[in-house]
Design a protein around this ligand. Structure first.
Ligand code: MG
Length: 157
């Protein structure tokens, strides 16, 4: 088995939605990002890459690369999953925590789990998405941005 963890942050900016776990979530802000700024998928990708000791998402998909401008982060997720398969592993499970005051994540959590599971070719119960506020403390508490943490376990295929 191999374990990995990931963390990602994006600042809020102008916009009317945020992408979270591949799901478009209506919000009164967007996020500042080169790609679609999906903190859930970015944290999960980093966890998957970390489990393989293959660096981080910024090395695989550099923000300086115009190919990734506005990119659908599901592309990154599927690529990381293919790296796992190439090395003889499969995703056992993943657990993701979103940290923000708003938008409310709970009503969208199942849709995120389903979208991620579909992209990774695993059962929905292998993917957990949960959320917490930071009790109005820090940058997430001041609603300046949104953060996500992820862990995953890889099993020998
Ligand atoms: Mg990111």
């Amino acid at each position: 088995m191999r374990i990995g963890q990931g963390y990602d942050v994006h600042a809020f900016g102008d916009g009317d939605h945020v992408m979270l776990g591949g799901v478009r979530v209506p919000h009164d802000r967007g996020v500042l990002a080169h790609s679609d700024g999906d903190v859930v998928l970015h944290a999960l990708c980093d966890a998957m890459l970390g489990a393989l000791a293959l660096g981080d998402i910024g090395q695989h998909f550099p923000p300086s690369d115009e190919r990734w401008r506005g990119a659908d982060s599901r592309t990154f997720l599927r690529h990381c999953n293919s790296l796992i398969g190439e090395r003889g592993y499969r995703l056992g499970n993943a657990d993701i925590t979103v940290v923000c005051e708003r938008p409310k994540v709970g009503p969208h959590a199942l849709a995120m789990r389903e979208a991620i599971a579909a992209d990774l070719g695993v059962e929905v119960d292998a993917i957990s998405v949960k959320a917490t506020t930071s009790e109005q403390l820090g940058f997430t508490g001041r609603r300046e941005g949104i953060a996500a943490m992820a862990v995953c376990l890889l099993l020998r295929a």
